[in-house]
Design a binder for this molecule. Structure first.
Ligand code: ATP
Ligand code: MG
Length: 300
């Protein structure tokens, strides 16, 4: 569990994060989203101690992050950055091995672990182990970046716009894969993006930042249905809810005023009501209870 408690951070007296309170539970896929410069990367880097709070606290599993030694960090928190950030002079296997070494992963298990992680991100180990980052496509480099972050089996993985430089097809594939990996490995993932479609697809919870402040936190469905302000409404854009029908329950779109007749009504009443309500089917009720339906055809 990651907790931000009243966290503020300033760079050279400029306040960049303002009293952030957020709890990210174990196994959650939390997506941080917001406009450029709103503080997403700054907030993310607090989790792996690349940034320091000016005031407030960051806790991991209830423990103040200041007490967590830097040496323990690589084994506990994986980090994926944009463009993968691989070391160019190290091969694919060496890049992953370095992360295992930093995390003090058992020496005799490292080789097998590298192959397992490459398999996990769909790179055939025998073909890719010895290639260098410059010999890979952008998508393949990003896969290695993901494999490297998950390799030491950290409980938390933080990802900063990991797929934003990829073409839409590669990007969609990697999104599917990260969801699959998350399901298989049950990590706590904090993922930064500024793409709302990506957030909706991946997140169990979305946290929207605006100018260093949390503007709204909720499930994708909650945010799409009840954006708390005009900026978020605009950020989401029109019709997005309707393009995600898996987020809509039929109870939310059912008609509450249904064309119904009590069973004492005549054929004439039924025809008149159909005409008035411009429908071809009526419900027949007795004391408000449904008895059956009448259609225009059956009336004819
Ligand atoms: N090392 C730094 N020194 C001074 N100011 C910084 C530093 N890093 C970031 N900032 C400032 O903090 C603010 C938030 O930056 P941050 O990188 O967190 O934004 P972001 O939401 O990740 O944006 P983007 O989507 O463009 O990556 C910006 O105004 C930025 O200029
Ligand atoms: Mg950023």
């Amino acid at each position: 569990m990651i907790e931000f408690k009243n966290v503020s951070l300033s760079y050279n007296s400029k306040l960049v994060l303002k009293k952030i309170n957020l709890t990210i539970n174990d196994g959650e896929f939390c997506v941080l989203i917001g406009a450029s410069g709103c503080g997403k990367t700054t907030l993310l880097k607090l989790i792996n101690k690349l940034n320091k709070v000016s005031s407030g606290k960051v806790l991991i599993d209830g423990e103040d992050i200041n007490k967590l030694s830097l040496r323990k960090l690589p084994g506990k928190i994986g980090y994926v950055v944009q463009e993968a950030g691989l070391f160019p002079h190290l091969s694919v296997a060496e890049n992953i091995a370095l992360s295992l070494e930093l995390a003090e992963y058992p020496k005799n298990e490292r080789d097998a672990r590298i192959d397992k992680m490459l398999d996990l991100v769909n790179l055939e180990p025998s073909l890719y182990r010895d290639l260098y980052p410059s010999q890979l496509s952008g998508g393949q480099r990003q896969r290695v970046g993901v494999a490297r972050a998950f390799a030491p089996n950290p409980s938390i993985v933080i990802m900063d716009e990991p797929f934003s430089a990829l073409d839409p097809v590669t990007r969609a594939n990697l999104q599917d894969e990260i969801l699959r990996i998350q399901q298989a490995m049950q990590k706590t993932i904090v993922f930064v993006t500024h793409d709302m479609d990506e957030a909706i697809k991946l997140a169990s919870r979305i946290c929207i930042l605006e100018d260093g402040v949390i503007a709204q936190v909720g499930t994708p469905a909650e945010i799409l249905k009840h954006p708390v302000n005009k900026d978020i409404e605009e950020f989401i854009g029109p019709h997005k809810l309707w393009r995600n029908p898996d987020l809509i329950k039929v109870s939310e779109i059912m008609l509450k005023k249904v064309p119904a007749l009590e069973n004492s009504a005549t054929v004439h009443d039924a025809r008149a009501l159909m005409k008035k309500m411009e429908v071809e089917t009526l419900f027949l009720t007795q004391n408000g209870k449904l008895l059956g339906t009448i259609t225009a055809k059956s009336l004819r």
